[in-house]
Design a protein around this ligand. Structure first.
Ligand SMILES: NC(=O)C1=CN([C@@H]2O[C@H](COP(=O)(O)OP(=O)(O)OC[C@H]3O[C@@H](n4cnc5c(N)ncnc54)[C@H](O)[C@@H]3O)[C@@H](O)[C@H]2O)[C@@H](O)CC1
Ligand SMILES: [K+]
Length: 491
């Protein structure tokens, strides 16, 4: 599990640790890790003679960069400091000057010649984005062709939210200290961080992070495995209400996902039975209302639905319900909040904006806030699709909607996303898959995050660098599952 902690938590852990250590020890650890990472980026034997520029802001982030500069200067690098702000970390600057570094006479000339630039303008103490005087320097650093390394965070991005107001440093790599910060894992800020390396400085962090990204082993631990004696009900039956005369394909895609999600059977309800059966003869089909379709352990409703009725009936069921796509447009928060069983909503940014009464741009700029807000407003687990798909559980409240602790627990961020997934119908596959995991008995937050994980992995496998269609993603799900579970085709 990769975890991220907000500034307040990181600062508290730093204060507790600093109280036990001699002054400067933590900064020294950070600088040592940073210098080692820079040496690695420059390449073996390339530190001596390398031209390094330190963009030094006024706080400890600049201090880290200056002390890393000291270590690199001692190994023979030519280190030049560009001062931003009225003051810099004076002890760090003095140490660097003693080690042979110097202050730039002409910052732009220094940047143009640089092999590596350290962005020590701001870290977790920064607010309000890059200041105007920093913008041209940051642009010059970016355009110089030097390797641009952000210290702790790319300056200008918001550590806690991943928001980026105006310009920010676009780093090739970020060396972060003690813990990942949420902004390093969530877009848009994540894109500015480049390759992120975590340097341990000995912080003791609380058990529950603000954000977590599942890895293979975590997902493997969640996936359902059929027992020898399981019948189809034991494995779960998922009902899929999807498709319309106009969009029969959405039904096929949702069923395709559901068949690969671990449920023992898929029941399809809707007008696309012929299309579904032609592709997946194993599907149980029903043309009447969902309530008469027979027993299910979870419902998926929405993909390609148009205005087909059935939502109220499905929401009244005492089993988990996943609402996607067209189903979301018809959703009443109170009807969801008062459900007797958990609900999962899977909007993309546009649908989330509609549900929140805001714009798509605002949702995309503040994805963490949006997913938390939706989970709280609807008392539902929300999977917000996008380049960094997020899953938030609702805070505890009336009904059985919540499965997470106090605040709703850590928001999960999916690490397997790929731009190839931005293709028509891929969301339908995800809904079917996630609904199937719900029917198999996974808790809502686990079903949504394992679903997103497998879906992203399947898309990568199917794409291998070329465009994919949604059905290719569904077809690659078994291989992604084997990858994660560590099973072989013959098992
Ligand atoms: N506290 C600690 O023990 C440790 C801190 N570390 C480093 O210290 C950083 C935090 O240091 P600080 O709390 O001094 O904060 P920062 O250095 O991140 O930034 C605060 C300073 O920048 C100025 N500032 C704020 N917003 C700005 C903006 N938009 N543009 C320009 N200047 C701006 C402030 O006036 C203040 O002087 C971490 O990110 C990390 O790099 C590490 O050395 C590890 C140990
Ligand atoms: K920085």
């Amino acid at each position: 599990m990769r975890t991220a902690y907000r500034i307040e938590t990181v600062r508290a852990a730093e204060a507790a640790l600093m109280a036990k250590l001699p002054p400067g020890a933590l900064m020294d650890r950070a600088a040592a890790g940073l210098a080692a990472a820079c040496a690695g980026l420059l390449g073996r034997g390339r530190v001596s003679g390398a031209r390094i520029v330190v963009l030094a802001g006024s706080g400890d982030n600049g201090g880290d960069a200056l002390y890393a500069g000291v270590r690199l200067a001692r190994r023979g690098a030519g280190v030049t400091v560009v001062r931003l702000g009225s003051r810099v970390h004076e002890a760090g600057l003095a140490a660097l000057l003693r080690a042979g570094g110097r202050v730039a006479d002409d910052p732009y000339a220094a940047l143009a010649r640089a092999d590596l630039v350290l962005d020590g303008i701001t870290g977790i103490g920064g607010h309000g984005g890059l200041r105007p005087e920093a913008v041209p320097l940051v642009r010059a650093a970016r355009e110089s062709g030097a390797v641009l390394v952000a210290v702790d965070l790319p300056s200008g991005v918001a550590a806690d939210t991943g928001e980026v107001a105006g310009e920010a440093v676009r780093a090739d790599a970020t060396v972060t200290f003690g813990a990942y910060k949420p902004g390093l894992l969530v877009d848009p800020a994540r894109e500015y961080a480049g390759a992120v390396r975590l340097v341990g400085i000995g912080l003791e962090l609380p058990g529950e992070p603000d954000l977590e990204a599942l890895q293979h082993a975590d997902v493997a631990g969640l996936l359902p495995a059929p027992a020898a004696e399981s019948d189809k009900y034991g494995r779960g039956v998922v009902g899929v209400v999807a498709g319309s005369k106009r969009y029969p394909g959405a039904a096929v895609l949702a069923v395709a996902g559901a068949l690969r999600g671990g449920a023992g059977a898929v029941r399809y309800v809707g007008p696309a039975r012929d299309e579904v059966l032609a592709r997946f003869p194993e599907t149980l089909v029903h043309e009447g209302p969902p309530g008469e379709a027979g027993r299910v352990q979870a419902w998926v409703i929405g993909p390609g639905l148009g205005d087909t009725p059935g939502l109220d009936e499905v929401l009244a069921a005492e089993v988990p319900v996943l609402v996607d796509a067209d189903g979301l447009g018809l959703l009443d928060p109170e009807a969801v909040r008062s459900r007797p069983a958990p609900t999962v909503l899977t909007p993309h940014a546009g649908e989330a904006a509609q549900l929140l009464g805001t714009s798509r741009e605002r949702v995309e700029a503040g994805r963490l806030a949006a997913v938390r807000e939706l989970a709280a407003r609807f008392g539902a687990t929300v999977l917000l699709k996008g380049s960094t798909t997020l899953v938030a559980a609702p805070p505890p409240g009336p009904g059985a909607g919540g499965d997470g602790p106090a605040s709703g627990g850590a928001v999960r961020v999916n690490p397997t996303g790929t731009p190839w997934l931005a293709t028509a119908g891929s969301g339908d596959v995800l809904s079917g898959l996630t609904g199937s995991l719900l029917a198999a008995g996974l808790a809502p937050r686990d079903a949504a995050s394992a679903g997103a994980y497998l879906h992203g992995l399947a898309a990568r496998r199917a794409a291998r660098g070329a465009p994919v269609a949604a059905l290719d993603v569904a077809d690659a799900l078994p291989a992604a599952w084997r990858d994660v579970a560590g099973t072989e085709p013959g098992d």
